[in-house]
Design a binder for this molecule. Structure first.
Ligand code: FMN
Length: 217
């Protein structure tokens, strides 16, 4: 291989095998399949099964991806919490289309979800914010997420000042912090199989409901 690479990983590969076809994938309801796969991932996982990649792009069309934690899900969509003035927040306000991706290596499964992202209600954001530990509440106030800071010290001083300010009562939710919900239009369920002949099922939403298709791996 060409010496321009720092490392050549071309021999690094795993072979996957699992039971031929999964019962769950015979369902016609993508939310129920997600629910089953998520529950199985939580049981099998040694890490945070609710960690998901969130991809967004603002009006310049340049995509940006980062991990966020899934905190609620149901047939309305998938909820995460963040700073509304962060990079992702600005991109979502400019362009509400977004994508989520879960990778659960213990069960060799990937789930991709695409749809439209909107803010959840202030009441729902308050309810979640109020359930967080004090340190996380103070952190949401201290961090102007995705903005440059002069030093780590500046953040620590801000935390100290906030913990003195809120000795007697917990801080309220900052206006620029809350939840977003991604309402799905598309799901893909991917199950690793032998010889790279993986199972891929997608669901697309149209006016009559969800349509299921099998894709080549
Ligand atoms: C495991 C993990 C979980 C994270 N969970 C969240 C989260 O729920 N909300 C959030 O705003 N950032 C979370 N982050 C940090 C984000 O990945 C990201 O650094 C931050 O949101 C700023 O992204 P942005 O500049 O694209 O807006 C998490 C990071 C990791 C590694």
């Amino acid at each position: 291989m060409n010496s321009k690479w720092i490392e050549d990983l071309s021999a690094m590969r795993e072979s996957y095998s699992s039971s031929e076809m999964h019962e769950a994938v015979t369902s016609e309801d993508p939310f129920m399949i997600f629910h089953q796969w998520f529950s199985e991932a939580v049981k099998a996982s040694t890490g945070e099964a609710n960690a998901m990649t969130l991809a967004t792009a603002g009006k310049d069309g340049k995509p940006s991806a980062r991990i966020v934690l899934l905190k609620l899900y149901g047939t309305d969509g998938f909820v995460f919490f963040t700073n509304y003035q962060s990079k992702k927040g600005i991109q979502i306000e400019e362009n509400p289309s977004g994508a989520l991706c879960f990778w659960w290596p213990e069960v060799i499964r990937q789930v991709r979800i695409e749809g439209i992202i909107t803010r959840i209600s202030k009441q729902d954001s308050d309810e979640y914010f109020n359930s967080r530990p004090l340190g996380s509440k103070l952190g949401a106030h201290a961090s102007q997420q995705s903005k440059p800071v002069a030093s780590r010290r500046e953040l620590e001083d801000k935390m100290q000042q906030l913990s003195e300010q809120y000795q007697l009562s917990d801080p309220p939710r900052p206006d620029n912090w809350g939840g977003y919900i991604l309402n799905p239009e598309y799901f893909e369920f991917w199950q690793g199989q032998e010889n790279r002949l993986h199972d891929r099922f997608i669901f697309k939403k149209d006016t009559s409901g969800w349509k299921k298709y099998l894709l080549a791996p």
